[in-house]
Design a binder for this molecule. Structure first.
Ligand code: TYD
Length: 206
């Protein structure tokens, strides 16, 4: 089972996914928690190039290709082996982030980004994608309140960029409704966790 957590900055998906992984492990499931870009040493090295706030002149297409390269490496080294061993892989961001950020917000076109990624992933899609939906104003407010979180190059984009990210995520959720479930992330953490847990349990049939 390959499950991805998607959403704009400050949606709380990382905190929620850690709690869900804990609960699954307590039930005896073998779970791998990972993230994109990154998740393996080579993919983390690519992540550092992409997210470094000093790289202000990183070209948008080059950025899209780096995300796809990092994704490929992460699939080969980590995701595919774990899934074939019967583990549950929970990944913080995947393909849909590229479609929303590079395809939608950077205006490279969702279809262009999909085709680059089809080469990278050989057509691997998640079994389930949870979209933690929140207005960018509210998400960015949460980030500002959380002094522990590093600020990355994409956090520094203007509000219109983040609005376009959200809009594209919602379009993707409609287009791929067989694998997407939307979670209202603008609620207290306990509610978001419980809603997410119900969705995961349903998918696992427990
Ligand atoms: P990260 O610190 O993981 O952000 P978050 O905690 O919000 O998930 O940084 C990942 C950043 O990279 C985030 O701004 C979204 C962006 N991103 C893309 O633009 N395209 C992609 O394909 C992926 C995976 C992430």
């Amino acid at each position: 089972m390959f499950i991805t957590f998607e959403g704009p900055e400050g949606s709380g998906k990382t905190t929620v996914s850690n709690i869900i992984v804990n609960r699954l492990e307590k039930l005896g499931y073998k779970v791998i928690k990972t993230r994109e870009p990154g998740g393996t040493p080579i993919a983390e090295a690519i992540r550092n190039v992409i997210l470094d706030p000093k790289n202000t002149n990183l070209d948008p297409r080059a950025e899209a290709l780096l995300y796809a390269a990092s994704r490929r490496q992460h699939l080969v080294e980590k995701v595919w082996p774990a899934v074939s061993e019967g583990k549950i892989v929970i990944c913080d961001r995947f393909l849909d982030s590229s479609l929303a950020y590079q395809g939608g917000a950077r205006n490279l076109g969702v279809d262009n980004i999909l085709s680059v990624n089809m080469f990278a992933t050989e057509g691997t899609f998640p079994d389930l994608t949870l979209l933690f939906d929140i207005a960018p104003e509210d998400g960015l407010k949460r980030i500002a309140a959380n002094a522990n979180r590093e600020v990355n190059r994409l956090d520094l984009e203007k509000i219109d960029f983040h609005k376009k990210v959200r809009e594209t995520f919602l379009e993707l959720a409609e287009k791929y409704n067989e694998r997407f479930v939307i979670v209202d992330a603008n609620r207290p953490l306990e509610d978001v966790v419980e809603n997410t847990w119900l969705i995961i349990k349903k998918k696992l049939g427990i």
